[in-house]
Design a protein around this ligand. Structure first.
Ligand SMILES: NC(=O)c1ccc[n+]([C@@H]2O[C@H](COP(=O)([O-])OP(=O)(O)OC[C@H]3O[C@@H](n4cnc5c(N)ncnc54)[C@H](OP(=O)(O)O)[C@@H]3O)[C@@H](O)[C@H]2O)c1
Length: 315
């Protein structure tokens, strides 16, 4: 039987189960994908714990995971642009961590042959989120841009996309990630108390734009540094959006196969690195979310729904 990650009550990682699931059929205009890799994102923790139950309730048994990569298994009548065996990546809300997902062609794009499965699985979530934030503040060549949590799944892509636009990028991180960020051409600064002073020292000429991927006062810091609200984006601080009128562009604002294709081409071409911190077999999904919940990482944590080759850290 095909398997799927499911949970039937709100709670910690212990509520996650590998359940038997029906193999979906491709309806009219739909494509069934045999999933190879599915990414993990912190928002999924909030949904599973019931933090967002009032706004986005779960329907038990609830599926999990959004962004994935795999091979087309079946193409329904009227679905054009894909054929069985094609390598694809895409977005299937609360369903991606499963052997099979069903998606409309508008939720898929081709995976370049040179792009790894784990990296491809991270594009429609973290990649698109990063893309949207960068587009919102529109960094220009020569400008100085700060990215908070620059070693995180979204932050590390955000920082590189800002750099690709010609900006000088300062990224906040813990000291253990300084060398990792320097290797990507990002100037590291420690987060935590005294951040504004450290950023002033790192950017004596001022900060032009601020991309917050963590919350926890980063938007206030940006305002304190004199960054205009129109040049600030946060993906993790709704209150700061209300208070300061800054942008909140995130995954939803870049939920388009054309944008995923652009990111996939950058990653396959070596212009964008999607660091993969760890890959876990699907059976170890609880451990994967426990690790994700520490909120310390270098890039993405990904589930291997099927075994695949990767030169990094397989758990
Ligand atoms: N709205 C949307 O569409 C959307 C989409 C994706 C993500 N998000 C949200 O965006 C946030 C980031 O997601 P993500 O996937 O990038 O998370 P992540 O990969 O778990 O990011 C963790 C990073 O946060 C850093 N960090 C930990 N404590 C910090 C602190 N006190 N101050 C600053 N940085 C700190 C860590 O740095 P070190 O490892 O260096 O300590 C780590 O690299 C989450 O809140 C997520 O829910 C929203």
């Amino acid at each position: 039987m095909p398997r799927a990650v499911r949970f039937s009550r709100y709670g910690g990682p212990e509520v996650l189960e590998i359940a038997e699931a029906e193999r979906p059929q491709a309806g009219h205009g739909q494509v069934v994908v045999d999933v190879v890799a599915a990414a993990l994102n912190p928002g999924e923790i909030g949904i599973r714990e019931g933090v967002f139950a009032a706004v986005w309730p779960a329907r038990f048994p609830e599926g999990q995971g959004n962004d994935f990569a795999g091979r087309v298994a079946e193409v329904g009548d009227g679905a054009t642009g894909f054929a069985p065996g094609d390598e694809v990546l895409g977005f299937a809300p609360r369903a991606a961590q499963a052997d099979f997902v069903v998606a409309g062609p508008g939720a898929l794009t081709a995976k370049p042959a040179g792009l790894g499965w784990a990296e491809a699985a991270s594009i429609a979530g973290a990649g698109a989120t990063a893309w949207a934030g960068v587009a919102a503040v529109d960094p220009r060549p020569g400008e100085t841009v700060v990215v908070s949590a620059a070693a995180g799944g979204v932050g590390v892509i955000t920082a590189q996309l800002a750099k690709l636009r010609g900006a000088r990028v300062i990224g906040t991180a813990s000291e253990g990630n300084f060398g990792f960020l320097r290797d990507l051409g990002i100037h590291p600064v420690a987060y935590g108390p005294g951040l504004a002073e450290r950023l002033r020292a790192a950017a004596p000429q001022g900060v032009d734009a601020y991309l917050d991927t963590f919350g926890a006062g980063n938007v206030s810091t940006a305002i304190e540094l004199g960054v205009r609200p129109a040049r600030i984006n946060t993906i993790a601080d709704g209150r700061a959006v209300q208070r300061y009128g800054v942008h909140s562009a995130a995954q939803e604002q870049a939920d388009e196969p054309e944008i995923w294709a652009e990111l996939a081409a950058l990653a396959a071409g070596g212009e964008l690195t999607i660091p993969v911190a760890a890959i876990y077999p699907m059976e170890r999904v609880r451990e994967a979310y426990q690790d994700l919940g520490t909120r310390h990482v270098r890039g993405k944590r990904v589930l291997a729904i099927k075994p695949f080759d990767h030169e990094g850290d397989h758990r």
